[in-house]
Design a protein around this ligand. Structure first.
Ligand code: CP3
Length: 358
């Protein structure tokens, strides 16, 4: 028994993320606990809102486990959101139904940035850590638990824009007009993220992922200066070991494209890959010793099972023979996908992937 319960029975994800051999390709799905599942919608209705669901450890644990009851997945991912940090910074987070997140008190001026508190995970984010320990207990060693956070750049886009954005007008004005101010904000978010992820590991997270959903909106040089640099700081600062075992770290920049080779050198164990990069190219850009996670186009799951199976085969074949691949979608599963189509993908990976391993 480790501090958080029995030893892991299925450690394929941890091995693959550390580029070690596995008998088949492990898999999980980004946003695997979500609106495409009727049982998720039922629990969210009981919680009253998405934020209540995130902040209630019992309900967060319940929805975390729902996709594992349906599908043969090799990991659980903490049910939470990347905006828990701005919420803890008291920026007034709300999720209006069908609207996406908004922040009532966005960060716009030098005074706003200076006054921004760096949250203490053990107090302001205790509900997340409680969910992590509860999920670990309920998983009872079946599969590993992934903890996560947003990248400083991606979280900053929400903090400055006050919600989602298409043009990133406000944060890009800051980036080009007041770069030092943006660096101050990113440094605070980086500090908060390192503390938050390390606390998740302390509470029982066995792998970590950083979501840089909006890094692909930057020019290559701005990406290096305003996103990649802070991803490297996180990789260097975060806790990477627990109970005598490595806690692998996945860095995911959506739309990284050719910059994937630089992301792979940022200090993570693995890189996440979206569907716009061929997985064989991603493998070459990552180089030996850095695993890749991805990259089925989530829209493939709109197609019938036979087409899904063919696309799964295409992804496995583009990675090719050998270890260091974790199968996933290239981004989150769409809310209007039939669960049986997700099942077809999962079963196809189980059936088709062993032949790519010795
Ligand atoms: O993968 C999982 O199953 C874990 C859960 C998870 C959620 N958000 C739950 C969620 C994870 C890993 C996230 C990360 C997240 N949140 C990201 C990065 C990953 C990505 O998808 O790019 C971002 C950008 C956010 C911010 C966010 N949260 C947005 C823009 C939205 C609204 C859009 C949407 O999909 O509804 C959310 C809400 C959200 N986060 C939902 C879920 C299940 C939907 C809320 C609901 O209506 O129930």
């Amino acid at each position: 028994m480790s501090q958080h319960g029995p030893e892991l029975r299925n450690d394929l994800l941890l091995r693959a993320l550390c580029s070690q051999p596995t008998p088949r390709t492990p898999l999980w799905m980004m946003r695997q606990a979500g609106r495409y599942l009727p049982e998720y919608r039922a629990t969210r209705a009981r919680a009253g809102s998405f934020l209540n669901l995130c902040m209630n450890p019992e309900l967060a644990c319940e929805v975390t486990l729902q996709p594992l009851a349906r599908f043969r997945l090799d990991a659980a991912i903490l049910f939470s959101d990347i905006l828990t940090i701005p919420h803890a910074m008291n920026l007034g987070l709300e999720f209006e139904a069908g609207e996406g997140p908004t922040l009532a008190r966005p960060v716009r001026t030098a005074a706003d940035v200076r006054n921004l508190p760096v949250p203490h995970p053990e107090t302001e984010l205790k509900y997340v850590l409680d969910a992590v320990s509860l999920i670990r207990r309920e998983l009872a060693g079946s599969v590993p638990l992934i903890g996560f956070a947003g990248s400083p750049w991606t979280v900053a886009t929400y903090c400055v824009e006050g919600g989602g954005s298409k043009t990133f007008a406000r944060i890009k004005s800051m980036l080009y007009g007041e770069p030092e101010l943006l660096h101050l904000l990113l440094a605070k978010l980086t500090r908060a993220t390192i503390d938050y992820l390390s606390a998740q590991v302390e509470a029982g997270a066995q792998a970590l992922m950083v979501f840089d959903t909006w890094g692909g909106a930057l020019t290559p040089s701005a990406y290096r200066e305003f996103s990649l640099r802070y991803l490297s700081e996180i990789a260097a600062g975060v806790r990477r070991e627990a109970g005598g075992r490595r806690v692998p770290l996945v860095l995911f920049t959506k739309g990284a494209g050719p910059l994937l080779s630089e992301l792979a050198r940022a200090g993570g164990d693995a890189v996440g890959v979206d569907w716009t990069t061929d997985l064989g190219d991603a493998r070459r850009m990552a180089g030996p010793g850095i695993a890749v996670q991805g990259n089925l186009d989530p829209s493939v799951l709109y197609a019938p099972p036979a087409a899904i199976r063919a696309e799964v085969e295409r992804v496995l074949a583009s990675f090719g023979h050998g270890h260091g691949h974790v199968f996933n979608l290239g981004h989150g599963i769409h809310p209007d996908v039939p669960p049986e189509h997700a099942l077809a993908m999962v079963e196809a990976v189980h059936e088709l992937s062993p032949r790519y391993h010795d």
